[in-house]
Design a binder for this molecule. Structure first.
Ligand SMILES: Cc1ncc(COP(=O)(O)O)c(C=O)c1O
Length: 391
């Protein structure tokens, strides 16, 4: 097709690039590098969950599920939200099961955003939120999280709210920083959202990956927030099944009606047999989540020690499974050239920090490692990184 006076491609698609994180995975494969870039586990999912998926296929649950989610999974989501967060929801009117939390976020934004609306986003941010804003038509307003503890400046957050603010996107436990927002911080956000009559869309996909006594608080549990919160979650991280693409959005009935419409015409529904397996997964006892957090704590301690030895300055995470590191000691001009050197010469793939910032210059001295990998993988990375030179 020839480009004429009219642009062949959409203006929106031209405003963002391909995912840097997923590009790093492709580079890792090309160079035979250890992939500490993309956040997917390289160890098996729990056997009983896999068995439940196989059983569902054998039971011939192979046709479309109800577009907003199989009843068994919606019931399990309801039961687990009550059991772990003390929040009661209606599975018939307040849940939309989507193709991963990625689609849940996109469908939610498309359901509430109008032209001219603004969304407040903490920065550094999970890279999807930028394109989510562009595709839904929102203008993002960024508020910095400052290392080493990734705290925000109260006045800067106040200034980010304007009469056009439609929502704030919160991700706790946070990717990429590992920050777990405290109750006091969440109350500040709550007060501003209430005053601005804005939504909070909260991505809680790492809710069970917590260290050092950190506790996850769901925004919807705060006074005044139940009906203005859209809670996004999914199976990917908690049950090590990132390829299954099962996630969900929880919101008040009128909001859910809009999300369900968008979702229906975007994807119709998530994989039916995998939703059945999800219903079983969400009934796991609390001990499963304690063990998950402890397993990741061991991996976190290992990677922080290994990176420290190799010359990285680590910002130790309190949740999720990433470590942000300062690379100033290595003397590279920027994060992208350093990441290229790591993947090509050392054989370890990471994510350049600039992909988490609106202005790439802000991430110039940062790269992110993930540690959702087996001990063997992490040891292979340690071996390779020990060959690095500082300065
Ligand atoms: C903060 C955050 N939200 C969402 C996702 C994607 O989740 P899903 O696999 O459910 O689409 C990721 C994946 O890395 C993530 O880090």
């Amino acid at each position: 097709m020839q480009a004429g006076a009219r642009s062949v491609l959409s203006e929106k698609a031209g405003r963002f690039t391909e995912s840097v994180i997923r590009e790093m995975t492709r580079l890792a494969m090309k160079h035979g590098a250890v992939n500490l870039a993309q956040g997917f586990p390289d160890f098996p999912a729990p056997a009983e969950i896999k068995q439940a998926a196989k059983d569902a296929i054998d039971r011939d649950i192979n046709q479309y599920a109800i577009t907003w989610g199989a009843k068994s999974l919606r019931n399990a989501i309801t039961e687990k939200f009550a059991r772990t967060q003390g929040i009661t929801i209606d599975p018939e009117r307040e849940i939309t099961v989507c193709c991963g939390s990625t689609e849940a976020m996109m469908s939610s934004m498309m359901a509430i955003i109008n032209p001219g609306d603004e969304v407040v986003v903490f920065e550094p941010f999970y890279e999807n939120y930028g394109p989510d804003a562009i595709l839904s038509g929102a203008s993002p307003r960024f508020v910095k999280l400052h290392p080493p503890d990734w705290s925000f400046d109260h006045d800067e957050l106040v200034r980010a709210f304007t009469p056009r603010t439609k929502a704030l996107i919160l991700n706790t436990p946070n990717n990429p920083t590992g920050k777990v927002f405290s109750r006091a911080e969440m109350e500040i956000i709550r007060d501003l959202a209430v005053r601005a009559n804005a939504f909070v869309i909260t991505d809680e996909i790492y809710e069970h990956i917590l260290f050092d006594g950190a506790r996850h608080i769901s925004m919807a549990s705060l006074d005044g927030m139940r009906d203005r919160t859209i809670t996004i979650n999914g199976m990917s991280k908690t049950y090590a099944v990132t390829g299954w693409r099962v996630g969900w959005a929880i919101a008040a009935p009128p909001v859910t009606s809009a999300i369900r419409k968008v979702h229906d015409f975007l994807t119709v529904g998530a994989a039916a047999p995998l939703q059945e397996a999800g219903a079983l997964a969400l009934q796991m006892p609390l001990s499963y989540y304690d063990k998950l957090a402890e397993t990741y704590r061991v991996k976190r301690d290992f990677i922080v020690e290994m990176l420290g030895k190799a010359g990285f300055r680590c910002f130790v995470p309190r949740g999720a499974y990433y470590v942000m590191t300062d690379i100033a000691a290595f003397g590279y001009p920027d994060d992208v050239s350093f990441a290229r050197y790591l993947v090509e010469q050392i054989g370890v793939a990471v994510v350049p920090g600039s992909s988490f910032f609106n202005d790439p210059a802000d991430g110039r001295s940062i790269v992110r490692f993930t540690f959702c990998k087996t001990e063997t993988t992490l040891r292979a990375a340690a071996e390779r990184l020990s060959k690095m030179h500082i300065g």
